[in-house]
Ligand binder design. Structure first.
Ligand code: BYC
Length: 330
């Protein structure tokens, strides 16, 4: 569907400063049209997209672990089937995203290597443990809810393949968010112990969910340029605020409390003001020192090694079929 990186590199000018190409790129962005893989783009635009899309893809794949942990312990067959489907969806999202990144001239293998070497990030949220079944509800409601808030604007991202991948991802995330809400609703309206379990999960996932949106705007090195390129449509703080505003009434329906004594409605703006986020914790998790960082990467590395024979067998089979087709065509 898309040009191979080698092909595209040949068609690109040796001099990226070529003003006509740069002007055409800027005009496309200004007109709110899409940049496509064969179009000329500044190196920094390409690098930013690879960084963000790769981090996003890795998050989907590493994000399978906290929930995968509960598949064998789901409280009913129906819950188990739903959770399995959700975790499989995350794998699918990872695949669309690696494919979108490949249109920028990097291979999935390269990106996976960078992840396993600790040279590319994945979302901070997946470095927290899932301690009870209620965590499946809190992840769906809060983590998938935050993900949708961040990803819906990405369907309007200036880079075509990323924007298109986001359309389907968002539809599936929306189902994930509702299933999480439903799990929490069932628990919070169940026995006293179940209500307590739901509240405990929300207490643990609330603050890390707010961190998912990234550092505050005045400490976010990439936001200004990504907004100018229309990769990001809203800043980290804008999306975080929208998320808080949506969650407050939903928490009331769930009959659960958000663990923030400073949360209050600011009448003039209609926004909920929230307390101080522990940015030191966020930085620690990003540096690899969160509760589950080591475990997540070790698990991913092991799964990658154990899956090597499958990748080799699939490649050998594809080569064999290609040879057979060549023979038939000759
Ligand atoms: N965690 O200048 P900033 C899901 C990094 S998965 C880790 O604001 P940017 C799901 C950032 O990369 C959904 N790192 O950056 C799956 C940058 O790093 P560098 C995951 C973070 O890119 C399974 C540095 O901090 N969603 O839904 O403008 C089960 C400075 O930040 C985080 C996405 O990936 C973080 N939370 O904005 C359930 C969305 N925040 O420069 C659910 C796509 C920031 O050192 N990504 N950093 O490399 C984005 O929208 C943007 O990249 C961000 C950050 C808003 C996250």
């Amino acid at each position: 569907m898309y040009g191979l990186p080698e092909e595209r590199n040949r068609s690109q000018p040796a001099e990226p400063e070529d003003t006509a190409l740069r002007d055409s790129f800027e005009a496309t962005i200004a007109a709110d049209e899409r940049i496509e893989p064969r179009d000329w783009m500044p190196d920094e635009y390409r690098t930013t997209l690879v960084r963000q899309i790769a981090q996003h893809a890795h998050s989907e794949i590493i994000g399978m672990q906290p929930e995968g942990n509960w598949i064998t312990r789901a409280p009913s067959l129906q819950r188990k089937a739903i959770l399995m489907a959700k975790v499989q969806d995350e794998a699918g999202h990872g695949m669309y995203l690696y494919s979108a990144a490949e249109t920028l001239g990097v291979s999935r293998d390269q990106l996976v290597e960078l992840l396993l070497a600790g040279k590319q990030k994945y979302s901070s949220i997946f470095n927290y443990p899932t301690l009870s079944w209620a965590d499946m509800g809190a992840i769906g409601w809060l983590v998938d809810g935050a993900a949708i808030m961040n990803q819906i604007p990405l369907t309007r991202c200036s880079y075509g393949p990323y924007a298109r991948a986001m359309v389907r991802v968002c539809k599936e995330e929306s189902f994930h968010q509702r299933q999480g809400f439903e799990i929490l609703h069932t628990l919070s309206h169940g026995t006293g112990a179940q209500h307590e379990m739901a509240q405990d999960a929300v207490n643990r996932w609330w603050w890390p969910s707010l961190m998912m949106f990234g550092p505050p705007d005045d400490e976010s090195p990439h936001t200004a340029q990504s907004m100018a390129w229309k990769i990001k449509r809203f800043t980290n703080d804008e999306l975080r605020q929208r998320f808080v505003d949506i969650c407050v009434p939903q928490a009331a329906v769930l009959e659960l409390t958000l663990p923030d004594p400073d949360l209050r409605l600011d009448e003039p703006t209609g926004n909920y003001r929230y307390g101080e986020i522990d940015w030191e914790e966020f930085k620690r998790v990003l540096k690899g020192d969160g509760p589950c960082n080591r475990q997540r990467l070790e698990h991913r590395t092991r799964a990658h090694e154990e899956g090597r024979w499958v990748r080799e067998a699939a490649a050998a089979y594809a080569a064999k079929r290609a040879r057979a087709e060549e023979r038939l065509a000759a």
